[in-house]
Design a protein around this ligand. Structure first.
Ligand code: GRF
Length: 223
């Protein structure tokens, strides 16, 4: 059984979707711990789901390295095999990313390498991008740079503003992240230090392919 640590900083909706997918799809996985760097709404959702939580606040540490090290210790004690970042709003240092190389996964609300960083939806609209979406990727020391695991893409509509677009991308995220977990549990996907290996590239996401307005393409990384 895969043991997961999930790092959050905010509302925690992706974390909840991962937990629900484990239950509904009977995935061979368990969320061992949810760690947050601040008190946030997502923690209450985790508690409600019966998941162990821990708040490790940056202000209690004199350096970022010490903060990262405390998070690393908490993850190691939880025996997690993988760390899923789900709206974790702090940069993790190189020592941390190296310690979990190939086991640290993030979801980012854009079609990377487009729109790294924050405020992705407004920036996509401002750039008059036609497509937008979400990316699940391995985390390296460089921000939003690691090898892409899977992307889901949609068209930007003429009347989209940042909030409307964000809401539609979030719906995609809620399918994409659990799907990646499912693939990991079922052996369709294996990860190594900065290497993504898909073993069944003709897989489809049933709940997404049923709604063509929500997702247009599932983008597989090129190898
Ligand atoms: C998501 O848009 C995710 O892609 C980004 O932060 C947001 C987190 O949302 N990294 P939630 O906390 O999971 O609701």
């Amino acid at each position: 059984m895969l043991q997961l640590a999930i790092l959050i900083s905010g509302r925690g909706s992706n974390m909840v979707k991962l937990a629900k997918a484990i239950e509904t799809d009977q995935l061979d996985a368990r969320i061992a711990i949810v760690i947050s760097n601040q008190h946030c709404a997502g923690l209450a959702h985790a508690v409600k789901l019966g998941i162990e939580t821990k708040v490790i606040e940056r202000r209690n540490f004199s350096t970022r390295q010490a903060h990262d090290a405390a998070i690393q210790d908490a993850i190691t004690s939880s025996s997690a095999d993988y760390v899923f970042l789900a709206g974790y709003m702090a940069i993790l240092g190189a020592e941390f990313t190296k310690a979990f190389a190939g086991k640290l996964i993030n979801i980012h609300p854009s079609l990377l390498p487009e729109f790294k960083g924050l405020d992705t939806h407004q920036r996509a609209i401002d750039a008059q991008a036609r497509q937008h979406g979400a990316t699940v990727h391995l985390v390296t020391a460089e921000l939003d740079e690691g090898p892409i695991i899977l992307q889901a893409e949609l068209s930007i509509l003429p009347d989209d503003d940042a909030d409307r677009l964000a809401a539609r991308v979030l719906q995609l995220e809620h399918h994409l992240y659990p799907f990646v977990l499912k693939c990991l549990c079922e052996g369709h996907l294996t990860l190594a230090a900065y290497q993504v290996n898909w073993h069944s590239p003709d897989l489809v996401i049933p709940s997404l392919s049923a709604d063509r307005r929500l997702i247009k393409t599932l983008k597989w990384p090129q190898h």
